[in-house]
Design a protein around this ligand. Structure first.
Ligand code: ZN
Length: 172
C-alpha cells in the first residue's frame, strides 16, 4: 500500500556524526519544533542544512523528518538512529529508539497547516511501526528541553495527540 501522505525522500549521506547508518527498533515518535522563525527556514532549507551537516561531519545533530505547510521531507531512514533528543545513547531513549520530526515555525509557513501535516505523518508512522499514542512524545520528555516550544507554550499538546489519533483512525 502506498503512503497515505506524500513524503519526499532526500536522504543525507552516511556520516559518522550525523547519519551513522545504525538501525534500531523504534518505540517513540519524538516531536520537535525548529525554533527558527526566519522566513527562509522551511523544510527545503532544512534539507539543505542537514546535508551540509553530514558533509561537514562535525557534530552529532540529526533528525528523520522536517515538516512545513507544503513539504514533508525524510532525511534519514526511519529505522536508523539520529541525534535529536539530547539523551545520548540511552537504551530505549529518544535518539536510539525514536523517530524525530521537526515542525517548521518559519514565518513563510502556515504553522497550523504544518502541524496538521505533522499529525498525518505521525499517524502513518504509528501504523507502520505499531506505535500507540502513549509513545508519541515531546522532545521535552527525553531531556527537559522546552521543545516543541509553541505547542508547549499554548498548551496544544493534548489537542495535537487527539489530531494524531483522529488521523490514525482514518488510516484504517
Ligand atoms: Zn527538539
Amino acid at each position: 500500500m502506498a503512503d497515505s501522505i506524500l513524503i519526499q525522500e532526500d536522504l543525507v549521506k552516511l556520516s559518522a556524526k550525523v547519519r551513522p547508518g545504525e538501525t534500531h527498533s523504534k518505540k517513540w515518535i519524538v516531536i520537535h519544533e525548529t525554533g527558527n522563525t526566519s522566513s527562509t527556514a522551511g523544510a527545503l532549507n532544512h534539507a539543505k542544512f542537514i546535508k551540509r551537516l553530514a558533509e561537514e561531519n562535525q557534530k552529532y545533530l540529526s533528525w528523520h523528518y522536517t515538516v512545513d505547510d507544503t513539504n514533508i521531507i525524510r532525511h534519514i531512514p526511519d529505522r536508523e538512529i539520529a541525534w535529536h533528543a539530547g539523551d545520548g545513547r540511552k537504551s530505549d531513549g529518544g535518539n536510539m529508539s525514536g523517530i524525530g520530526i521537526e515542525i517548521c515555525v518559519n514565518k513563510n509557513s502556515n504553522f497550523q497547516i504544518a502541524v496538521k501535516n505533522a499529525t498525518k505523518l505521525v499517524a502513518s508512522l504509528m501504523k507502520k511501526f505499531n506505535i500507540d499514542l502513549s509513545h508519541i512524545k515531546q522532545h521535552h520528555f527525553f531531556n527537559g528541553k522546552n521543545c516543541p516550544f509553541t505547542i508547549r507554550k499554548y498548551n496544544f499538546w493534548d489537542r495535537f495527540l487527539s489530531m494524531c489519533n483522529a488521523e490514525f483512525q482514518l488510516l484504517r
